[in-house]
Design a protein around this ligand. Structure first.
Ligand SMILES: NC(=O)c1ccc[n+]([C@@H]2O[C@H](COP(=O)([O-])OP(=O)(O)OC[C@H]3O[C@@H](n4cnc5c(N)ncnc54)[C@H](O)[C@@H]3O)[C@@H](O)[C@H]2O)c1
Length: 246
């Protein structure tokens, strides 16, 4: 089903993911707007810091399974892992996803699968589907044709720990949030190429919410640990002062 896979965005998430597909002997076209990143990867080197990734990228490039470019090319599946930073007022900036959608739209063809991996607010996958449909009125998308759509779309978030990304990409369970059952089926088949964890199928909005829930849960726990550490430091200081005057 997937002979050629395209990864849009070759950063901390996209490059390890692209490399794992290539290590399973899939032809991978990595796309990034950063010319320096593209040139570095095509030399078999890496522009980011992640243990074990350099050897994998070198092997993937020298074996001919991974190639990087700045211009999208036709493929069977497209995975998008571009930044989703906050703008002023903690509003999520979806312009990178929109730019990625507009860049891949001209090369989309019938039976393609598009997966959004970027951490995104609920409803972003539907927005992505609208942006693609606007650019390609000659193709049908899930919001128009459901299971019979020419191009299927899913949201499959990343949940890796920096420093252990390669291991976690392979071993972690993964949420598969298809806009349709057909998208779930295709996305599960795609990730099974290298994922050993369970693939848990749901819908796009639930998958988006699950990723935001996990990040918020971690944020609250880190904030709680920081508060406790400050309380403990000040309790320790006052205990020492008390001892000094005894
Ligand atoms: N890094 C993590 O640990 C982590 C974990 C889970 C989820 N995420 C999410 O994954 C997404 C990507 O994060 P990252 O850490 O890989 O970011 P990153 O900044 O390391 O990489 C993003 C890459 O996308 C490229 N890019 C930007 N616009 C592009 C476009 N239109 N076309 C092609 N390439 C484009 C950039 O040049 C960059 O190389 C974000 O939404 C992030 O929140 C990251």
């Amino acid at each position: 089903m997937f002979n050629t896979i395209s990864m849009i965005g070759l950063g901390y998430i996209g490059l390890p993911t692209a490399t794992l597909f290539a290590s399973r002997k899939k032809k991978v076209i990595g796309v990034d707007i950063n010319q320096h990143a593209v040139d570095t990867i095509n030399r078999g080197k890496i522009h980011i810091v992640e243990p074990d990734l350099d050897m994998l990228v070198q092997a993937a490039v020298t074996s001919g399974y991974l190639r990087a470019t700045t211009m999208p090319e036709p493929a069977d599946a497209f995975l998008i892992a571009v930044p989703t930073p906050f703008t002023d007022g903690y509003k999520p900036d979806l312009s990178y996803i929109q730019a990625a959608a507009e860049a891949i739209a001209p090369v989309l063809r019938k039976d393609n699968l598009v997966i959004l991996e970027s951490t995104s607010p609920v409803g972003t996958t539907e927005k992505l589907a609208e942006w693609l449909a606007k650019s390609r009125p000659d193709l049908t998308f899930p919001q128009q044709a459901g299971e019979a759509a020419d191009v299927q779309i899913a949201y499959c978030p990343e949940r890796v720990l920096p420093g252990r990304v390669v291991h976690e990409l392979v071993e972690n369970d993964r949420i598969i949030g298809g806009m349709t059952r057909a998208a779930n089926f295709m996305a599960a088949a795609l990730y099974k190429i290298f994922v050993r964890g369970d693939l848990l199928a749901t819908n796009a909005r639930t998958a988006e919410m699950s990723k935001l829930t996990e990040n918020s849960f971690r944020d609250v726990n880190i904030a709680f640990a920081n508060e406790l550490s400050m309380i403990c430091v000040s309790a320790h200081r006052s205990a020492s002062i008390h001892k000094f005057f005894m």
